[in-house]
Design a protein around this ligand. Structure first.
Ligand SMILES: Cc1cc2nc3c(=O)[nH]c(=O)nc-3n(C[C@H](O)[C@H](O)[C@H](O)COP(=O)(O)OP(=O)(O)OC[C@H]3O[C@@H](n4cnc5c(N)ncnc54)[C@H](O)[C@@H]3O)c2cc1C
Length: 400
């Protein structure tokens, strides 16, 4: 256990860096797997672990004020060090802003940080609860808002801001919203949703810099705004690992068992780029579901197991009154099948690689999502005509 805080802390046992969902779940899973040894959780934020998805949804609309994940953190019997940032990883020890922690095994769960745009103007972000609460105040004052980026976060924030009566412009470099996540063809279906909500959507409009009072646009344009929110994506928070020699590849490179290139060092959640046997590539997902589920596999492996983490990635978004759900990974898809009319309230898009279903996006169709997930898990070949027919159950599209 910890000998003392101050310059040197001896915390042999398991040390988890990052007090988000993945870090907390790792501690929980270790305890439920029976680990009763020394366990330390180090988090840079001063708040105990909290949930992020509601920040752009229920918290932004005022339905909730607090998204703390568990009130009884003490019951986990872990040493919890909040407001403390890991700055360096050396052989067998982590150096933080406060102390040095020696470990037998280390879990890196430092998540991701929003990408900032160049320029001297004030940019807001939506990653932490404090940023979300500050933004909610801005919405309450009905300030004119420019959101840079029509990705998941930009779309959800635009939804909340428009509902609260703000004048909102969303500025997007690509030709359609969500283009990076689901491709421009499918993303384009969401374009009318912005207009229906009274949100101005500027597409094909790269922002050069953020200035006082507005955005400098490529080609010399200017968009005035009271407040600017940058929502152009995140980067894994791995800068502090620079001198450690750990292999990085768009995050901490880990194998199927979530082991990094350094002995006894593992990574999980948004900061981890894991090898996916299923999709035969390294994947780094920024999905709540991954941060929730991967820690069970990780805990087993920390305790001597050899379990593989091989999920079918899952993500959801609530925007403009619709529930969007995505399951799978479509990088290798060669065909897109529409299931239903995408101008209607309910539809799905299905991606095939050859005859195999590899990803499904549903809008207000949770049943299709569930059935699609099972087919993807089973690497099922499907009949494209049946898939395209919303009158046929999605699961019935599987070929015998
Ligand atoms: C506004 C918002 C809405 C979202 N909505 C959805 C959604 O609808 N559906 C969905 O699937 N996903 C959603 N997500 C994504 C989901 O919340 C993340 O995938 C999930 O939070 C990842 O958890 P994590 O623990 O890996 O990382 P994080 O939640 O980022 O936690 C990492 C923690 O580590 C800390 N940390 C970083 N560096 C250090 C360091 N050097 N030392 C100590 N601590 C450090 C950070 O401060 C942070 O507290 C949303 C995210 C946001 C921000």
């Amino acid at each position: 256990m910890c000998a003392r805080y101050g310059h040197l802390v001896v915390a042999e046992g398991i040390v988890v860096v990052g007090g988000g969902l993945a870090g907390l779940r790792t501690v929980e899973e270790l305890r439920s797997a029976g680990y009763d040894g020394s366990l330390t959780l180090i988090g840079a934020e001063t708040r105990p672990p909290y949930d992020r998805p509601p920040l752009s949804k229920q918290l932004m609309t005022g339905a909730v004020d607090d998204t703390t994940l568990r009130a009884d953190l003490d019951s986990l019997g872990a040493v919890v060090r909040l407001g403390e940032r890991a700055e360096r990883l050396a052989a067998g020890s982590v150096h933080t802003t406060e102390a040095e922690y020696r470990f037998d095994r280390l879990v890196i769960a430092t998540g991701a940080q929003p990408i900032a745009l160049p320029g001297p103007g004030k940019q807001r972000f939506l990653r932490s609860i404090d940023e979300a609460l500050a933004l909610r105040d801005v919405l309450g004052r009905r300030r004119g808002l420019a959101i840079v980026g029509a990705g998941w976060i930009g779309a959800e924030l635009a939804t909340a801001a428009a509902a609260r009566g703000c004048q909102v412009s969303v500025v997007e470099a690509a030709s359609a919203p969500l283009a990076a996540a689901i491709g421009a063809e499918v993303g384009a279906v969401t374009i009318p949703w912005y207009e229906q909500a009274g949100v101005e959507l500027l597409l094909g409009c790269p922002v050069e810099s953020v200035q006082d009072g507005g955005l400098s646009l490529a080609g010399g344009g200017w968009l005035a705004a009271d407040e600017i929110v940058t929502a152009v994506g995140v980067r894994p928070d791995v800068g502090w690992l620079g001198s450690s020699g750990i292999a990085l590849d768009n995050g901490v490179a880990v194998d199927e068992q979530l082991r990094s290139s350094l002995p006894g060092v593992y990574a999980v959640g948004d900061c981890a780029a894991f090898w996916s046997r299923r999709f035969k590539r390294r994947l780094r997902t920024e999905h709540w579901d991954g941060a929730l589920r991967a820690p069970a596999v990780l805990a087993a492996n920390l305790l001597g197991g050899t379990e593989n983490y091989d999920p079918v990635p899952y993500f959801w978004s609530e925007q403009f009154g619709r529930m969007m759900q995505y399951v799978g990974h479509h990088a290798d898809a060669d065909r897109l099948i529409w299931r239903g009319d995408p101008t209607e309230p309910r539809w799905a898009a299905c991606w095939l690689a050859g005859e195999r279903l590899v990803a499904v996006l549903t809008v207000n169709l949770p049943k299709d999502l569930t059935q699609g997930r099972r087919l993807i898990e089973a690497a099922a070949a499907v009949d494209a005509d049946k898939l395209a027919d919303p009158a046929v159950q999605l699961r019935s599209a599987a070929l015998p």
